[in-house]
Each structure stands twice: as structure tokens, then as C-alpha cells.
Write a protein that binds this ligand. Structure first.
Ligand code: SF4
Length: 314
């Protein structure tokens, strides 16, 4: 069981820090459920600065559930270019179609109902309930999980690690009544800007006095004069971390294939035999079954349309 610091000793300092340091992000200016859903789907696996321009462009092209639901899927996939994980575009349109067909064009408010929508997991359901409907709910993403774990449990290396359920229980107890929106935004912001994975800058953290990880690091170095004793890990850029294992991986090939189809004029098709060398320069006729299997999987995910030996965006 986790015994967190006194909630007020976390809540007050973190909320005050957020009020003074929050980035000006477009999705923080709205409570429109559709816009919040779009932002949360994009932010799931893509960095804020890449999402920002895409979010505004997407809302301009597809401003409502109704417009998105009735748009050609190919147009939605095209608009997702540069964000990666293209399945999110298809899922977003599927959600829009379910909202139109089953919910009268109105996104459900409750976490349980949101979880019933295609492609919505516990994080997105909680984030939408909180950021669109201002519900005082807790949910976990990478940043929130890291901040709560360090502040309430201890250093990342400490074993055994807390279970997700235990962290969620602590997170739920910490949500200040009536301030769930600001609290969850603040946790995410602290994880993004200060309590980062590699080199947390504890010296500028509003939680440093009560943070369990910080206390452990200081205790481990009793000679420390300042509360800056944190493990410093080498930071590698995302491209560097991905380079070898990612290039040529199945996910990379899927993304490349969709990117090639995006570049075609609307409704244009490509034969599998023409597509192969574009996806993989060393493509040989014997690679055709492999390529077909890749395309079939993409078609199953709703990302491409396979018709005999030709393929296009759906
Ligand atoms: S004091 Fe350091 S480890 Fe603790 S929450 Fe702040 S940045 Fe993270």
C-alpha cells in the first residue's frame, strides 16, 4: 500500500506552479468535447509541438462530429500525415460515426460510456471526462504515472514497483475536489517540463520538499548541500533511440506504405507489384506474399482498401 504525502502539501504547491508556468496550448482554451477528444487522440503517442499545428488544421478541416463522420476516410487519413500511428485517425472517425448514430451527435460524459467507444482506453476516457466535462477523475499517462510514483513512492529504481491499481488509487485520492481539470493538467505539465524521465530538474520543482524520490536521493548522499541529487541519465534524441530497431520494423513499413498511398491523387490505386519496391527497395517477386499480408493487416485496421491486386486509401 502506498502512503502518499499529505494531499494539501502536494496540491497547493503544484496548482500554484501550474498557474504560473502552464504552457499556452490551444486545447487548454476549450471545453468542447469534440475538440478535446481530437487533442487527446493526437497527444496519446505524439509530442505536443508536433500535435499543435495538426490539431488546429484537423479542427479546421473537420470541425464537428458530423463533418468527421461523413468525410471520406482517405481524407481523414491524409490529414493525419506527420502524426504517426495512423490507426488513431480511423478510430477517431469510427468514434464520430458511433456518436452520430448512437448518441445523437453528443459525446457521452461518463468514463464508463466513453470506454465503450472504439479505440478509447482508460487514459483517453479519463482525460476526456476531465478536460471536456471537468469531472474530478484520476487517470494515468506516462507523465502522470512518473510524477505520482516519484512524489508518493520513491525513485524509479525502487522495487517492487507500485502496481497501476495502487497508483490510480493514490491518484484518485489526490484529486482536489472541483479542481480536477487544473490538477491533471498540472501533473502532466510537471512531468513534461520538470519531472522528466531522464533528468528531473528537482531544484525547480514545487514538490521537492515532500517528494519521496527526492528525499531518497538526498538520504543516499548525506553530504549534499542542495536538493539536486538526482540520477543523471544520458539523454538520446528520439530519432537516435529509434534509428536501427525502428527503421525497417513492421510499424515503420506500415507507416511508409500508408504514406505512399497518401501521396497518390484521390482515388488513385497502386498495384501490389508497383507498391513493393516503393515500400522496400530490395523487394523481389517472392516478397509478394509478405507484402500482401502487410496490406491485409492494414485493410483490417481500416487504413487501406485492398481490391484484388491493387491497393488505395479507403
Ligand atoms: S522533486 Fe524531482 S523527482 Fe520529485 S516530483 Fe519533483 S522533479 Fe520529480
Amino acid at each position: 500500500m502506498i502512503t502518499p504525502p499529505e494531499p494539501a502539501r502536494l496540491q497547493g504547491p503544484l496548482l500554484a506552479w501550474f498557474a504560473a508556468n502552464a504552457r499556452d496550448l490551444p486545447w487548454r482554451h476549450t471545453r468542447d468535447p469534440y475538440a478535446i477528444l481530437v487533442a487527446e487522440m493526437m497527444l496519446q503517442q505524439t509530442q505536443v509541438e508536433r500535435v499543435r499545428p495538426k490539431y488546429l488544421a484537423f479542427l479546421s478541416a473537420f470541425p464537428t462530429f458530423e463533418v468527421l463522420a461523413t468525410a471520406p476516410t482517405a481524407a481523414v487519413i491524409r490529414s493525419w500525415s506527420g502524426l504517426g500511428y495512423n490507426r488513431r485517425a480511423v478510430n477517431l472517425q469510427r468514434i464520430a460515426r458511433v456518436v452520430q448514430a448512437k448518441h445523437g451527435g453528443v459525446l457521452p460524459r461518463e468514463v464508463a460510456a466513453l470506454r465503450q467507444l472504439p479505440g478509447i482506453g482508460p487514459y483517453t476516457a479519463g482525460a476526456v471526462a476531465c478536460f471536456a466535462f471537468e469531472q474530478d477523475v484520476a487517470f494515468m499517462d506516462t507523465n502522470i504515472r512518473r510524477v505520482l510514483r516519484r512524489a508518493c513512492v520513491g525513485p524509479d529504481e525502487q522495487t517492487p514497483p507500485p502496481t497501476e491499481r495502487a497508483l490510480l488509487t493514490v491518484g484518485t485520492a489526490l484529486v482536489p475536489p472541483g479542481q480536477g481539470w487544473a490538477w491533471n493538467q498540472a501533473l502532466m505539465e510537471l512531468g513534461a517540463l520538470v519531472c522528466t524521465a531522464a533528468n528531473p530538474t528537482c531544484w525547480r520543482c514545487p514538490l521537492q520538499v515532500v517528494c519521496r524520490a527526492q528525499q531518497a536521493w538526498r538520504a543516499a548522499d548525506a553530504t549534499a548541500l542542495t536538493p539536486m541529487v538526482v540520477p543523471v541519465r544520458p539523454v538520446r534524441h528520439v530519432a537516435e533511440r529509434r534509428s536501427e530497431p525502428y527503421q525497417g520494423s513492421r510499424r515503420w513499413l506500415r507507416g511508409r506504405l500508408v504514406e505512399l498511398l497518401r501521396a497518390l491523387p484521390p482515388a488513385a490505386v497502386l498495384a501490389l507489384t508497383d507498391l513493393g519496391p516503393l515500400v522496400k527497395p530490395t523487394f523481389q517477386p517472392e516478397d509478394l506474399p509478405w507484402l500482401r499480408e502487410l496490406v491485409v493487416a492494414l485493410a483490417h485496421d481500416g487504413l487501406v482498401w485492398l481490391d484484388g491486386d491493387t491497393v488505395r486509401l479507403p
